[in-house]
Design a protein around this ligand. Structure first.
Ligand code: BG6
Length: 487
């Protein structure tokens, strides 16, 4: 096992109260993540108390956790590590109420035999968040605790303002961690390193040199068991007002005065304050054919499983530069890219037919996968007589560093940060409320949903939305593979 450097993990043992412990997110990410953090030694001591509507006992929860690891944990689970982890699990059904929850937490803390901290993780839909907060207040579990709130935080401006107000009746702001797991992705943080640790790109990172930006996160997965949640949420609230806008802020913000929570939040919030309200006419909402037949979905549902939009940041750096965002379920490919298209130079000296500009503008592309990649594409001369131009690229793959194994999964990174009390990669109430505010017009008057066939790139009108430009995806040329093959 790799040695964990001092200071990376929390100082005190942690008692985690996990609401939504048998839900989709807990199974896919939180339980595997907590297992990894515990077994790899990132957390000194940890006990986890699952809470959910399911009437199961601690053994039932252990079985569910084991099932989650078998299905979703992509490293090896050893018997010894599993036994230790299973011992650290307990469960309280929601119906058992505050006294039972309090008793379970005190019992867990007793086993630490010294000072400890509490981490309450609310992996529940917005409609259930407040009752969990109240339960924690009633159980007197606020002291020495931090609380992680899952997205979406509220469902519109009014509900987010009210949720913040009610939350503050129980928890202080410095105890609250509003999570957006895209900010925990290694390549998202690498945007900051790339922009601010190098002299080359920042001088051209503005409207004078950048023509437009695309943030494109198509997914192939369908909704499956999450249809019920999704029906209330839709792609805009699930992905755009959260993940895509947060990535946009990292991409667009001014240099912060320090890599610390307050300066970073301030620069992100300035981006959000400068955003123009999203116009329904600049939005394409889509729904995949077959969604209405899924369990838990209204047969006349107007919920969008796809969204594409154009937005603007009206400040000195970005005025007039369109940002195109797209995401959806059951699309042709799963990708997470940011693509920056540079302004084209005058090409008068190249003879007709030389190919200059024929494959779109030169681009900088970030792939936000854990095995992240980056590419700078440019026109260069094709070898041989005359002047024929081809699109070429410089590419970097994280794989080449040999450090891929060191990457912490986004939730792992953020859980660790919350346990350490570090707010740097979390959202503020102000930022979230502003994003709901710029979304108000769209939420009040959404354009109709258009059907799209599963396996496509969304409704046809996405091309009008981006014209005269074109979507970068699907890529004309595939990424080069780490072994050097590919185009
Ligand atoms: C979640 C959304 O927050 O992010 C899901 O609720 C989405 O709908 C997921 O599939 C995508 O995250 P990742 O890390 O798999 O890109």
């Amino acid at each position: 096992m790799a040695k964990i450097p001092p200071g990376v993990g929390p100082r005190y043992p942690q008692c985690v109260v996990l609401f939504g412990a048998t839900g989709d997110l807990a199974r896919r990410k939180l339980l595997p993540g907590l297992y990894h953090l515990s077994s790899a030694g990132f957390i000194p001591k940890c006990r986890i108390i699952g809470v959910s509507l399911d009437e199961i006992d601690a053994d039932g929860f252990r079985q569910a956790a084991r099932g989650a690891l078998d299905e979703f944990f992509n490293r090896k689970v050893t018997d010894a590590d599993w036994d230790a982890f299973a011992q650290s699990l307990d469960y309280v059904p929601l119906a058992a109420g505050a006294p039972a929850l309090r008793a379970a937490v005190l019992e867990a803390e007793k086993s630490f035999g010294g000072e400890s901290r509490r981490l309450h993780y609310l992996s529940v839909p917005p409609s259930a968040a407040l009752s969990a907060v109240r339960l924690l207040g009633e159980a007197q579990l606020v002291e020495r605790s931090r609380i992680v709130m899952e997205k979406p935080f509220g469902t519109d401006l009014a509900s987010a303002v009210s949720l913040n107000a009610r939350l503050h009746e129980v928890f202080d702001e410095d105890q609250i961690f509003r999570i957006d797991h895209f900010l925990g992705k290694e390549p998202a943080q690498n945007i900051l390193a790339f922009r601010f640790a190098n002299g080359l790109f920042e001088p051209i990172w503005n409207r004078n040199f950048i023509d437009h930006v695309q943030i494109d996160v198509p997914e192939t997965l369908a909704l499956g068991k999450r249809s019920g949640f999704y029906e209330q949420t839709g792609a805009y609230r699930d992905m755009v007002v959260t993940h895509l806008f947060q990535i946009l802020a990292f991409m667009a913000m001014e240099p912060p005065t320090a890599l610390e929570p307050a300066p970073i939040s301030e620069e992100k919030n300035k981006v959000f304050r400068s955003m123009l309200p999203i116009q329904p006419a600049d939005v394409v909402r889509g729904q995949y054919v077959g969604y209405r037949d899924e369990d838990g979905v209204d047969s006349e549902s107007e919920t969008e499983t796809f969204i594409a939009l154009k937005c603007y940041i009206d400040n000195w750096r970005w005025a007039g530069v369109p940002f195109f965002l797209r995401t959806g379920k059951r699309l042709a490919e799963g990708q997470r890219i940011i693509s920056i298209a540079f302004r084209e130079p005058p090409k008068s000296m190249f003879p007709p037919g030389s190919g200059v500009g024929a494959q779109g503008p030169d681009h900088l592309t970030f792939d936000l996968a854990d095995a992240s990649k980056m590419s700078l594409s440019f026109y260069g001369k094709r070898p041989g007589p005359g002047m024929r131009l081809d699109k070429l690229s410089l590419q970097f793959a994280m794989h080449d560093t040999g450090l891929l194994g060191e990457v912490l999964e986004a939730y792992e990174r953020l859980i660790l940060d919350a346990m350490r009390g570090d707010h740097t990669l979390f959202n503020t109430a102000e930022g979230i409320e502003r994003l709901w505010q710029v979304s108000s017009h769209l939420l009040e008057e959404p354009p109709p949903v258009r059907l799209y066939p599963p396996g496509s790139w969304g409704p046809k009108s996405i091309h009008q939305l981006i014209a005269p430009h074109a979507w970068r995806l699907p890529f004309e040329r595939a990424w080069r593979n780490p072994d050097g093959t590919g185009s």
